[in-house]
Ligand binder design. Structure first.
Ligand code: PMT
Length: 398
């Protein structure tokens, strides 16, 4: 099963901003992800970086002139518009945004935008005063009203030396926005999905915690896959160093109780709950106020059971759990389906090096509410997530 960008025709419009150099990295990452990237550069963009840079990275022609008789696209000037799965403008200047708002078509990029029926994502980059200008703001609103996705800009240091809102989003965020733009009207549109990720941390004292090896990768992959199918996603994340995925509402928590409180609050309005987090079953019965000093040879810490979040979460939503086991995978997972009242459990064997904690792949077995078992092959965690979402979608009321 391919990733979200594999084989997709992406038209990358690049306009004249110093942030053009970042568009080279974007073109590179898109190409590495298997996308076919056709670059269209404005005259301004060619003053900052050369077409050769994009051609070298994408291995595809770069369009700079509508009337270039040597261009492979010149005969049918709307060819790129027709074959695009998505049109991305990054960076988009104030001038380019104004032209789009006016519906002008006086260069290859604006002509392509007018001619395409593909979704369009616009990533502004300019000086903060230019972005704040009411004309630009009105133009941005116009593009949003027409259904274009506006990605950024981000706050920070600008080329002028000023701090403000105007930086082009970083490449990982742009990639997230592009995947979202392609899937925003897909089968999870209008659905709210709550996902948990990472390992909870249970405080022993102000210095020490009980935790586990969850990296958060599985839950993050589910959150991104749900976003890429148009869902509103809330990701309740514990102790992970992964960056927030674009367009996902990330709520960071620490303990099992924090996660429980947040999940129970979020599921009131959810269509699906997917608990990929490794939640502590026990926590220290009390947290010492001061750091525990080394004295006796032995130290006993009394543990108390945590609330089982999946058991406590009840309502009109599809409920999916994970089972992380080191032995008796299927019987243990089956027992969890029944005990926690699940519609689906995703069982992974932690002794398999391609499954479970920390790795980018997983090998899972699905067990549904009727205890029917399906083994899946090793896949990336993003691909596993798509399979989980397929199952959830079948369970939504018509
Ligand atoms: O984060 P990664 O490094 O990518 O690793 C992924 C993973 C191994 C953490 C993930 O694939 C996984 O298996 N997550 C569930 C881990 C776990 O806690 O399994 P469990 O068998 O102990 O719990 C069963 C289910 O009950 C889980 O969905 C868990 O989130 C949930 N649970 C557990 C305890 C608790 N107090 N409340 C819960 O809701």
């Amino acid at each position: 099963m391919p990733g979200p960008l594999e084989g997709k025709h992406i038209v990358l419009g690049v306009t004249g901003s110093i942030a053009c150099y970042k568009a080279i990295d974007l073109a590179s990452k898109l190409t590495q992800a298997g996308a076919l990237v056709d670059t269209i550069m404005s005259y301004g963009a060619t003053q900052f970086v050369t077409p050769l840079a994009f051609r070298s990275i994408t291995h595809r022609a770069v369009v700079t002139d509508t009337y270039d008789s040597n261009s492979e696209y010149s005969i049918e000037h709307v060819a790129l518009a027709h074959q695009a799965d998505v049109v991305v403008i990054a960076p988009a200047t104030a001038h380019c945004i104004a032209k789009l708002a006016q519906g002008l078509a006086d260069d290859p990029l604006t002509t392509t935008i007018i001619a395409t029926t593909a979704p369009v994502m616009v990533a502004p980059a300019m000086d903060a005063n230019m972005f704040d200008n009411p004309a630009t703001q009105e133009n941005v609103d116009t593009l949003k009203r027409r259904g274009m996705v506006i990605a950024g800009p981000a706050p920070g240091r600008l080329a002028s030396g000023l701090m403000g809102m105007g930086r082009l989003l970083e490449t990982p965020d742009l990639l997230g926005y592009i995947s979202y733009t392609m899937g925003k009207d897909a089968d999870f549109k209008g659905r709210k999905v709550v996902v948990s990720a990472g390992g909870t941390m249970e405080a022993i004292d102000p210095v020490r915690v009980i935790t586990n090896h969850s990296s958060g990768k599985m839950g993050y992959a589910i959150a991104e896959a749900a976003r890429d199918r148009g869902a509103e996603v809330v990701l309740v994340a514990a102790s992970t160093s992964l960056p927030d995925p674009a367009l996902v509402n990330v709520v960071r928590v620490r303990s099992a109780q924090d996660m429980c409180d947040e999940v129970l609050r979020q599921v009131k309005t959810a269509d699906a709950l997917i608990m990929a987090a490794a939640v502590a079953d026990y926590r220290p019965a009390s947290e010492a106020e001061q750091k525990i000093k080394k004295s006796a040879d032995d130290l006993t810490i009394e543990l108390a059971k945590t609330t089982d979040i999946l058991e406590a979460a009840r309502g009109n939503f599809v409920k999916v759990g994970f089972a992380a086991e080191t032995q008796d995978l299927i019987p243990n997972a089956r027992d969890k389906v029944t005990r926690k009242g699940l519609d689906l459990i995703v069982a992974n064997d932690l002794t398999d090096p391609q499954a479970g904690f920390g790795v980018d792949t997983n090998k899972v077995t699905f067990i549904d509410g009727d205890l029917k078992v399906e083994d899946l092959p090793v896949m990336t965690k993003y691909e596993v997530s798509q399979c989980i979402l397929d199952r959830i979608h079948q369970l939504f009321p018509a």
